[in-house]
Design a protein around this ligand. Sequence first.
Ligand code: AGP
Length: 608
Amino acid sequence: MCGIIGYIGKQQAMSILLSGLKRMEYRGYDSAGLAIYDGKEIIVKKEVGKIAQLEKMLNGHLMNGQLGLGHTRWATHGIPSQVNAHPHIDREGHIALVHNGIVENYMALRHRLEKLGHKFRTETDTETLAHLIEEAYEGDLLEAVQMALAQVRGTYGLAVICDKEPDKIIAARMGSPLVIGVGEGENFLASDLAAIIPFTRNAIYLDDGEIAVITADSVQNRTLTNQKVLKTVESVTMDLEQIEKGGYDHFMLKEIMEQPRTLEDSMRGRLLEEEGTTKLGGIRQFEDKLADARRIIIVACGTSWHSSLIGEYMIEEFARIPVEVEYASEFRYRDPIIDEGTFVIAISQSGETADTLAALKEARRKGAITLGICNVVGSSIARETEAGIYLHAGPEIGVASTKAFTSQVTVLALLAILLGRRKGLSAAQGRWMVRELKNLPLLVAKILENTEPIKILAEKFKDRHNFLYLGRGYNFPIALEGALKLKEISYIHAEGYPAAEMKHGPIALIDKDMPVVFIATQDGTYEKVISNIEEVKARQGTVIAVCTEGDVEMAEKADYILEIPRTMNFLMPILSVIPLQLLAYYIAVLRGCNVDQPRNLAKSVTVE
Ligand code: AGP
């Protein structure tokens, strides 16, 4: 996620802004920049890469001034580059701003502004805001920002300065956090407490729909419609490390808990409920060909391979296009057959996994049309493919992938609906699917509200040596994912299997010491899964079942149940994985493991 820092007061802004940006480096970013008012004009300096590159570019040059903004960018629209880095300015550079979030309707706004004579320097959604504010500016910056934001659809954490009113920063929040640090004769603004803690522990948290006028000596809060808002100044007690983790003990838990929001971000601007379909701008030019594809091959590794399996089931069920899922590391070496009309989709959170990148290059060499589903904008895999769909899940710091996985499955669901609606899926069915997708973040939040049953199970099973995870249909890949989560962070051996495969070998392992986790939601294979559970019980196995809430039969059959809300079968994996992410997390914590950086693992496997 991007980092925002602002300063106004008695000190030189530059060192404060750079220090604040450095404290947000942990969040991940691809470029950085500063805008400082030097008494006459706003000077903007920005560079692609790390803050060190920006400092190198500054080459010791001091940007004088006591009013300024800083930004570290996590690219969403427009590749990482110097020109796309924030801050962004209006035509004449009287206005500079930094922004976190996504302006969904930026293209429409941009077209209107271009008709009014505005020329754009970048491909970012953020630059549109600078021109919009310029267009609305008639001598009152607060009013101009309010008028501009009234036209915006999307999310923002926004900070604006203007050389015609150099005594203030205007800050506005909608869906992306902003906090004001209150000092003595100076005030700070940041997207993350970590950036301002060294300067002050007195904080005013902006809420969605609020806008603040920040001067060196005052903070006035209002709504976008200029209603006054009374805010309290809170004293921050968390230490820096806790702040970076959002108050959670680990990045992994923070990322598990932020899934309701990351799912919303992955769907933002992509659901067309009335038409009962979805919009994926990144692959628009390939939609026709993809809908007519003879075959789709998905290449990925690890957790991304698990989400690929779910994508296979979805696309084949709704679009009736044959899909094969391949381990990228296998695909690249076995001289794969790529015929006319074959699409190869690479799925990768980091966009840098060596095996997946190599598989993609092999596919291109053989003439496949290649698409990417990545989280990191401008990553190697994203650049190697002809088009793609970004997750917009924000940086995933924990080595064990959680929010990226559920966003991958969500994006694959969007794709399956888009293709399905071109292949006979009815508008009514599409509307139902889109509505269920839209409701998903609420269901995930409901599961996350009640983690006690999972903590109890973690305490009970933390010392076991082996686990078996079983599921059928859409739940089979979740069995694989649940097993991977447990083994990679707790170092307990765990295997995922199709439930029906148990009788072809793994059943020999069942005994009283082997917990068996069933993903047993009420779908078409439910009765078969019940039979599998009885087979395990007959051999003194202990059964933990992830089941649909209110499933009385399962409560009687299983030794322990973890209930989840009901939704459409194809979306159940996004719900059923949540308790398994948490089970792995709590067991790993109880075992004293390094949850965020498990032994032997890297967040991005850029080696073969
Ligand atoms: C998942 O928890 C693991 N960290 C690992 O399997 C990961 O999914 C795999 O290395 C693929 O990474 P990518 O999605 O960045 O390509």
